[in-house]
Design a protein around this ligand. Structure first.
Ligand SMILES: Cc1cc2nc3c(=O)[nH]c(=O)nc-3n(C[C@H](O)[C@H](O)[C@H](O)COP(=O)(O)O)c2cc1C
Length: 208
């Protein structure tokens, strides 16, 4: 069955229940599902239809263990740079997102699949990120959880070496995937009446 026929969940349900799923079961993701998600990603808009995105799907447990260690180091390097946090006690106990993200940094080594969207260095990320969103939405439609995450320059060279990524290729993000231990959606977002203007900056939309 082709990808289009396998993705039958209504688009509204997909979009309104897709969220960061960081607690993953270790059950494998079938190659058929991986192909379906990548086929959906490939259909995304991109500048001039040049299709610069390349996707490295990693399901080898030994490689995921090694990548997981590098992800853990990268996550803490970002916390050091951005928040000045160095250890779990520095992460505010009431910050659910960062508590959950910290746990993902510990548990990502058990994810059954990690996808690294990549492109030649210098490629505008705009031409790859629509494909990444398609990937996340297709995953949701298949009941597969995911989280868009990023790495850190501290681990870049070692990620390239681990996965034989050429030096002129950039890893744009890092997406652990697996069947959820929690639930999909709903998400909490600002109302569009606060984030949308009509005809002139600052002018509220008709639904305000
Ligand atoms: C550019 C970008 C970088 C992100 N980096 C991380 C990350 O490093 N670790 C993580 O656990 N989540 C990361 N996220 C996920 C966000 O935290 C998540 O999308 C946001 O909190 C909304 O979560 P929700 O969809 O579950 O409501 C990232 C998301 C984006 C778009």
């Amino acid at each position: 069955m082709n990808a289009q026929d396998r993705l039958t969940m209504p688009i509204g349900e997909v979009m309104f229940t897709q969220r960061a799923i960081r607690r993953l079961r270790s059950d494998p993701i079938s190659v058929e599902d991986i192909e379906t998600m990548l086929d959906a990603a490939a259909k995304a808009p991109n500048g001039g239809n040049a299709q610069p995105g390349r996707f490295l799907a990693v399901n080898d447990p030994a490689k995921i263990t090694s990548l997981g260690k590098l992800y853990h180091e990268a996550w803490w390097a970002k916390r050091r740079d951005l928040q000045g946090w160095h250890k779990p006690e520095d992460v505010p106990a009431d910050d659910k997102t960062y508590q959950s993200a910290m746990r993902l940094a510990d548990e990502i080594r058990d994810a059954p699949l990690i996808v690294l969207p990549c492109a030649n260095k210098g490629t505008a990320h705009h031409s790859v990120l629509p494909a990444v969103q398609n990937l996340l939405l297709a995953a949701r439609a298949l009941g597969i959880g995911s989280t868009l995450t990023t790495l850190h320059p501290d681990v870049d060279g070692r990620v390239h070496a681990l996965l034989n990524i050429p030096s002129d290729v950039e890893v744009i993000c890092c997406i652990p995937m697996g069947y959820p231990r929690g639930q999909f959606g709903p998400t909490s977002r600002l109302p569009t009446s606060r984030t949308t203007f009509f005809n002139s900056w600052g002018n509220p939309p008709p639904w305000d």
